[in-house]
Design a protein around this ligand. Structure first.
Ligand SMILES: [Zn+2]
Length: 190
């Protein structure tokens, strides 16, 4: 119920934004391909926006009102979404490990995109792992093409990611909320 309500509010908010703030000439120029948008992602919030956008573009579903938490979890877990909850948890220990071994920001973002997409699909109601894996590949290949690292990760799966990690950061911290994680709700509220 909350989902439907939020998503229509989001659409309303984004329409108002486009109408008031961008003239038609500029609007043409700011339409980027998903791959170009991927290149522009600077942080986990940007990556999540792109996850939502590409999912909507490819399978037509969207869910607003999710909060992202970063928490230190065992290394065999990329992220979590508990069915019925309004949160996604990303494993900060894994993220740090990925950051320490990835060759570029784009590689880090590919791993992040892959993990957030997986959990977001669970949050959309896809409970079966097999279905989520299929959709993850379908969405990445449709959005970025076959040669993109994110698509390759989707094909190779989470086990491949774990094999790449040789160093596990030791320190443990508190659970963090990524504050601008759900910008569509934030922009409506504030
Ligand atoms: Zn899963």
């Amino acid at each position: 119920m909350i989902d439907n309500k939020n998503s229509s509010l989001d659409e309303e908010a984004s329409n108002i934004f486009l109408k008031n703030n961008i003239n038609p000439d500029i609007k043409q120029k700011v339409i980027l391909t998903p791959s170009e948008k991927f290149e522009n992602c600077k942080n986990i919030g940007d990556v999540y926006e792109l996850v939502k956008e590409t999912v909507e573009r490819v399978i037509g579903s969207r869910r607003a009102g999710l909060t992202l938490y970063l928490a230190d979890l065992p290394m065999n877990i990329g992220g979590l979404h508990q069915i019925g909850s309004n949160s996604i948890v990303m494993n900060r220990t894994l993220l740090k490990a990925i950051e320490s071994m990835a060759k570029s920001k784009n590689d880090v973002n590919s791993f992040t995109y892959f993990i957030l997409l997986h959990e977001y699909l669970h949050a959309l109601g896809y409970a079966e792992e097999e279905k989520v894996r299929e959709l993850t590949y379908y969405i990445t290949v449709s959005s970025f093409g076959k040669g993109h690292f994110t698509t390759k990760l989707s094909k190779m799966g989470f086990a491949y990611i774990l094999k790449q990690i040789s160093h596990v950061p030791g320190e443990e911290g508190k659970i963090e909320i990524v504050k601008d994680f759900d910008r569509s709700s934030m922009s409506y509220i504030g």
